[in-house]
Design a protein around this ligand. Structure first.
Ligand SMILES: *Cc1c(COP(=O)(O)O)cnc(C)c1O
Length: 403
């Protein structure tokens, strides 16, 4: 993209407020909000006030930046995917969240919220987890800052991701099996919220994505913004065009995508969020309220939430963060789906061409790039920034069964 285009675009969006603070009562367009009982509404107000104070405090920002540097390993590299780019005919750059401590972008948010919890005088973190990555990140942040951690996890996910259960316990966290409903992430989230009601005085609920009641969607995006801001600077140094033509990320709740998009919202880069075909809240959901916020959720004709189902447990959420629903309505981002088979193909291809084994979640984003390069939807020579949200170590046993 030419500098002149970037400047023109910037002028056109200046003051539009896209990906800024949400409107009153945590609204992103018609989505978002705070649909919780009064006891939790008060707790959310406290989190909101504490976060606003912390985010405006250079002392807090500095402490978090330092922790992200010395404990997480930030900034993460921007890796040109040389061989795969040659095969696809596009210039593909990978933002390497897979290289963070604990192996996914979840740690950026968990550490931010853990630091906020200590500022609020809380001594315990509560979290929900699906694949276990957010649980591991929360347990890690808690250990680092001397907090306790209680992680709710569906019984079925505990069986599927037993290694992460063991990791969390090694880190000193209590893992509570959730036996209700389908025994997966949706039920674990409900249970974590229920548990928070009785423990708001001493516990902070550390939500793992850009979902939940206000201020979580906004706050989590701000803690993940570091991905996009680093990538923006790295692209400026690395790309001839300075800004990529396309910015692509996988979407479960949408936190790695939101953090990445936030760094490029004032540029003409096109945003693509890639969902699992079986967990496509943004592409296939309908308006509803769940877990304290209004957004797009997979529902049947009677409005019952349909269970998400994909090869990647981290994308098994039946909804999408409210800001993504809004970005879709605005046409600022578009949301597409890929199948499990495409994901398996993309995983093996990245491993063989670049020596990088991606998380199955991240491989969704790559699967779309491979398809779009093949169909010409991504014209030859396009520059593409792809956030590799995590590493594939946790998925090796799944891959062993399927490949
Ligand atoms: C949890 C997870 C995701 C999905 O979460 P988002 O909030 O949509 O980013 C994606 N990739 C990995 C590796 C994860 O652990």
């Amino acid at each position: 993209m030419q500098t002149r285009d970037v400047l023109a675009w910037r002028a056109s969006v200046a003051g539009s407020g896209v990906m800024g603070e949400p409107a009153a009562r945590g609204r992103f367009g018609e989505y978002g909000g705070r649909y919780v009982p009064e006891s939790l509404a008060e707790a959310c107000r406290e989190v909101d006030e504490a976060f606003r104070g912390a985010w405006a405090d250079p002392g807090f920002r500095g402490a978090l930046t330092r922790l992200l540097a010395v404990h997480v390993g930030r900034p993460t590299p921007l890796t040109p995917a040389w061989r795969l780019s040659g095969e696809l005919g596009v210039q593909l750059y990978l933002k390497r969240e897979d290289l963070t401590h604990t192996g996914s972008h979840k740690i950026n948010n968990a550490l931010g919220q853990a630091l906020l919890a200590t500022r609020m005088g809380r001594r315990r973190l509560i979290a929900e987890t699906g694949a276990g990555m957010h649980g591991v990140a929360t347990a890690t942040a808690a250990a680092l800052l001397g907090l306790e951690a209680t992680v709710f996890m569906g019984e079925r996910d505990m069986e599927r991701q037993s290694l992460n259960v063991f990791r969390m316990r090694l880190l000193g966290a209590e893992v509570v099996p959730v036996t209700s409903g389908s025994r997966t992430l949706k039920d674990a989230t409900s249970e974590a919220m229920r548990h928070w009601v009785g423990t708001t005085d001493d516990s902070h609920y550390c939500v793992g994505s850009v979902v939940g009641p206000d201020p979580y969607p906004w706050m989590v995006r701000e803690f993940q913004r570091v991905i996009g801001e680093e990538a923006r600077v790295q692209c400026a140094a690395e790309l001839v065009t300075g800004v990529p033509d396309h910015v692509v990320a996988c979407v479960g709740g949408g936190s790695n995508a939101a953090g990445t998009f936030a760094g490029f919202v004032d540029t003409p880069a096109r945003f693509v969020g890639v969902e699992a075909a079986g967990g496509a809240g943004a592409s296939g959901g309908r308006l509803g309220v769940l877990h304290g916020f209004r957004s797009l959720f997979l529902q049947d004709d009677e409005g019952q939430i349909i269970e998400a189902d994909s090869i990647a447990a981290g994308l098994d959420y039946p909804g999408v963060g409210p800001e993504h629903a809004h970005l879709r309505d605005l046409g600022r981002a578009r949301y597409v789906t890929v199948t499990d088979d495409e994901v398996l193909g993309a995983t093996a291809r990245l491993a063989r061409t670049e020596g990088i084994l991606p998380a199955l979640e991240s491989a969704h984003a790559l699967a779309w790039v491979i398809r779009a390069a093949g169909s010409g939807e991504l014209p030859a020579g396009s520059t593409v920034l792809l956030t590799l949200s995590g590493r594939g170590d946790k998925d090796v046993s799944t891959l062993k069964e399927l490949l």
